[in-house]
Design a protein around this ligand. Structure first.
Ligand SMILES: Cc1cc2nc3c(=O)[nH]c(=O)nc-3n(C[C@H](O)[C@H](O)[C@H](O)COP(=O)(O)OP(=O)(O)OC[C@H]3O[C@@H](n4cnc5c(N)ncnc54)[C@H](O)[C@@H]3O)c2cc1C
Length: 395
C-alpha cells in the first residue's frame, strides 16, 4: 500500500498530538484523520475548569478541523464514524465506504459508562467526556442552580469544585465509603472532601441514584437508601470504558483496553492503538502523560524508527484547587502500606512496599511542594524494555 495514507481514527489529544509529532519526522506521507465529532482541537482536562474560568465550549475550543488540516497538512473527515475494521485487506469501513491505509492508528478514546437509572428525566443526565458534551451541559445549566453529580471519583470531584466556583449548589452521590477510592488513602480523601464541603458541597456516600423524575420545574432524585433530593441537573461521572468493540469484532486482542505491545502495535500488523483506548503492558491509563509518551514513541515508529514506549513516574494533579492534590498511586496489587503525616489540609501520605521503598504518594495543600523530590524516588510505571537498556549501555 505505498500510496495509502497513514489513517488515525480520533482527533482527541492522542490523535492530534500524534499527527503533529509524526509531521516533525515525515512531511510527505498522506495523512487522514477521521473523527466522529466536529474535529475542533481542545484540551480535555480543561473541561473541568470551564465554570471557574467562565469559559463556554467555544472558548475552550482552540482550532477548527479546517485549521488543523492546514497545520498538519492532512485530510480531516469530521462527523464521520468508522464502523468496521478490515485488517486482512488493510482498510477501514465508514458505512459502505472502504478506506485503505498504509498504517492505522486507533485513537478513539473511551466512552462514558452509563448506569441504569429509572424515571422520566433521562434527558437531564449529562455525561461530560468531550467538548460537544460540555457545550450541551453549559447550555442546559444556564439559569439553573442545583447540580447533582453521580460519582465521587477524580472527575466527579473536579466538576464539583468547578461548579461550586461557578456559583452552583452541588451534591454528590456515590456508592463508596470515601471519595476517589481507587486513588487515595482514607485520610487524604477526607481532607479533600472537607475542602469541597467548605465550599458548600454535600456528599451522599454509600447509596446509588435509583430514579430521576421531573417534579414541576425541578427534578426529584431518589437514592437507594430512601433519601429524596431536589435538583435541576445531573452530571454523570461514573467512569469511562475504553472503546474496544470494533477492535474485538475485527479479531484484535482486547482486554480492558485494546492490547498493544511496547511499540503500541495491536495483535495485528500495521494497526496501532494509542491513548484512552489502549492497554500498554497491561496498563490502561486514562491520563495525558502516558498518552504523550506514547505519541513520541509511535511517531518515530511510524516514521521508520521502531521505538518502544516507557513510562517514568506519572503523578496526577487533581484539579480541586480548594484542596490542592497530587497523587501517584501505587501499582495495582502492590504489597505495602500507607503512612500519613501532617494535619488539616496539608497531608503527606506515602505508600511504601514491604522492603521500605517508596511506591506511591498522595499530597495535599502545602505538601504538594514535595512532589518533585518524591518523584525522584518512585519506580517507573513502565520500565524501559531490556533490549533498549542493553543497547544504551553498550553505546
Ligand atoms: C473532565 C476531564 C478532565 C480530565 N482531566 C485530566 C487531567 O487533569 N490530567 C490528565 O492527565 N488527564 C485528564 N483527563 C483525561 C484525559 O483528558 C484523557 O486521557 C485524554 O484526553 C484522552 O484522549 P484520547 O485522544 O485518547 O481520547 P478522546 O479525547 O476521547 O478522543 C477520542 C476521539 O475518537 C473519536 N471517535 C470515537 N469513536 C470513533 C469512531 N468509531 N470513528 C471515528 N472517530 C471516533 C472521537 O470523536 C474523538 O475525536 C480528564 C478527562 C476528563 C473527561
Amino acid at each position: 500500500m505505498p500510496d495509502a495514507p497513514l489513517v488515525i481514527i480520533g482527533t482527541g489529544l492522542a490523535g492530534y498530538n500524534l499527527a503533529r509529532e509524526f509531521r516533525k519526522h515525515d512531511s510527505e506521507t498522506p495523512l487522514l484523520l477521521i473523527t466522529a465529532d466536529d474535529g475542533r482541537s481542545y484540551s480535555k482536562p480543561m473541561l473541568s475548569t470551564g465554570f471557574a474560568m467562565n469559559k463556554d465550549a467555544d472558548a475552550l475550543g482552540m482550532l477548527s478541523a479546517g485549521q488543523m488540516a492546514i497545520q498538519l497538512n492532512a485530510e480531516i473527515r469530521t462527523h464521520t464514524r468508522v464502523t468496521r475494521l478490515d485488517p486482512d485487506n488493510r482498510r477501514v469501513w465508514i458505512g459502505n465506504e472502504p478506506v485503505p491505509y498504509r498504517d492505522l492508528v486507533l485513537a478513539w478514546g473511551a466512552q462514558t459508562i452509563q448506569v441504569p437509572i429509572a424515571g422520566d428525566a433521562q434527558d437531564a443526565i449529562f455525561p461530560i467526556n468531550d467538548l460537544l458534551d460540555y457545550g450541551r451541559f453549559r447550555e442546559a445549566a444556564r439559569g439553573k442552580q442545583r447540580v447533582l453529580i453521580v460519582g465521587a471519583g477524580l472527575i466527579g470531584c473536579e466538576f464539583a469544585n468547578d461548579l461550586l466556583h461557578g456559583g452552583y449548589e452541588v451534591e454528590l452521590v456515590a456508592p463508596c465509603e470515601q471519595i476517589m477510592p481507587s486513588l487515595l488513602p482514607v485520610d487524604v480523601a477526607a481532607a479533600v472532601q472537607r475542602g469541597l464541603e467548605s465550599l458548600g458541597a454535600r456528599f451522599h456516600l454509600g447509596p446509588v441514584l435509583e430514579r430521576l423524575d421531573r417534579s414541576g420545574d425541578a427534578l426529584e432524585a431518589q437514592l437507594s437508601d430512601g433519601q429524596r433530593l431536589s435538583c435541576d441537573l445531573v452530571v454523570s461521572a461514573v467512569g469511562l470504558r475504553p472503546r474496544t468493540e470494533l477492535a474485538a469484532a475485527a479479531g484484535l486482542e482486547v482486554n480492558r483496553g485494546i492490547t498493544v505491545d511496547r511499540m503500541l502495535q495491536t495483535s495485528t500488523n500495521h494497526v496501532y492503538a494509542l491513548g484512552d483506548c489502549a492497554e500498554v503492558g497491561g496498563l490502561n491509563l486514562l491520563y495525558v502523560m502516558p498518552l504523550m509518551s506514547g505519541v513520541r514513541a509511535l511517531a518515530q515508529t511510524l516514521s521508520g524508527k521502531p521505538t518502544s514506549v516507557a513510562y517514568g513516574p506519572m503523578p496526577i494533579t487533581v484539579k480541586t484547587p480548594v484542596c490542592p492534590l497530587v497523587v501517584s498511586p501505587p501499582a495495582a496489587g502492590s504489597d505495602g502500606h500507607w503512612s500519613v503525616e501532617g494535619e488539616g489540609s496539608d497531608l503527606k501520605a506515602l505508600f511504601r512496599g514491604i522492603d521500605g521503598n517508596l511506591l506511591g504518594y498522595a499530597l495535599t495543600g502545602a505538601a504538594v511542594r514535595e512532589r518533585l523530590d518524591l518523584n525522584k524516588q518512585l519506580p517507573p510505571v513502565l520500565a524501559e524494555v531490556p533490549q533498549l537498556l542493553s543497547l544504551k549501555s553498550s553505546e
